[in-house]
Design a protein around this ligand. Sequence first.
Ligand code: BJW
Length: 232
Amino acid sequence: MRIVVLTGAGISAESGLATFRGEDGLWEGHHPADVATPEAFEANPTLVQRFYDERRAALTRVEPNAAHVALAQLESALGNDLYLVTQNIDDLHERGGSERVHHMHGRLRAAWCLACNERHVWEEALTDGPPCPSCHSSMLRPDIVWFGEVPYGMESIDQELADCDLFVSIGTSGVVYPAAAFVHYAIGNGKRTLELNLETSDTTSDFHESRRGPASELVPAWVEEVLSGRSG
Ligand code: BJW
């Protein structure tokens, strides 16, 4: 059985990272969605760099939870029959043991040089305009997909959705496109669909099945079902 798993902020919530639209989601009085735009970066680059610098630094204080670890176990068992695509820019899937993770909205621990177009692994702050390791200009931005920008690797995601048997969405509000439309694409291609979420999402009614609860409980239980051959 080939499975595509999409994850969102909810899978990292129990690790201590605020979700995008949760009650704890405000940052210095700003809605994150207002900061995560090319227009915001143009208008106030220091504010936007600080937002991401703080979130990059916060990664050192959090650990993957049971949901991340369970998906890594699923990858070990299924190999290439599992395709994990995340909207999250944290690295908790990798630190939970997943080796193949498609970060469709980019990664906090990466910087993109607007002068030479090179991308670099990045652990430090960007607010002070450090030089690009390739061209030495000070035009690095977080390697993040903001509103109005095209998510990474859409062709391979479309292909995987077309080739899978089951699409599973974990901890995402179903508000942001194109990820919110994956369930429609999967259903249009005759795939089975399952949602795991703490609360009802904007797309809950579109799934064949939706389970309610924290990811740290729902995901290990579902992975156990798959591994024991009870899910399909
Ligand atoms: C738990 C839990 C627990 C909590 N256990 N669950 C009008 C109509 C349609 C589309 C558009 C439109 N106007 C504009 C658009 C396009 C736009 C868009 O979708 N806007 C909407 C707001 C309407 N999209 C774009 O611009 C995208 N680009 C695009 O469309 O390009 C065109 C194109 C596409 C494809 C091919 C060719 C061209 C780009 C979107 C970029 C999004 N970037 C962000 C910010 C950057 C990363 C960052 O800073 O973190 O990505 S926005 C933000 O939302 C972030 C997230 O990845 C993303 C999704 O959020 P997520 O993960 O769903 O989090 P929350 O907080 O919303 O939800 C958390 C969920 O967890 C909730 O459901 C909880 O219940 C649950 N939960 N605790 C389980 N313990």
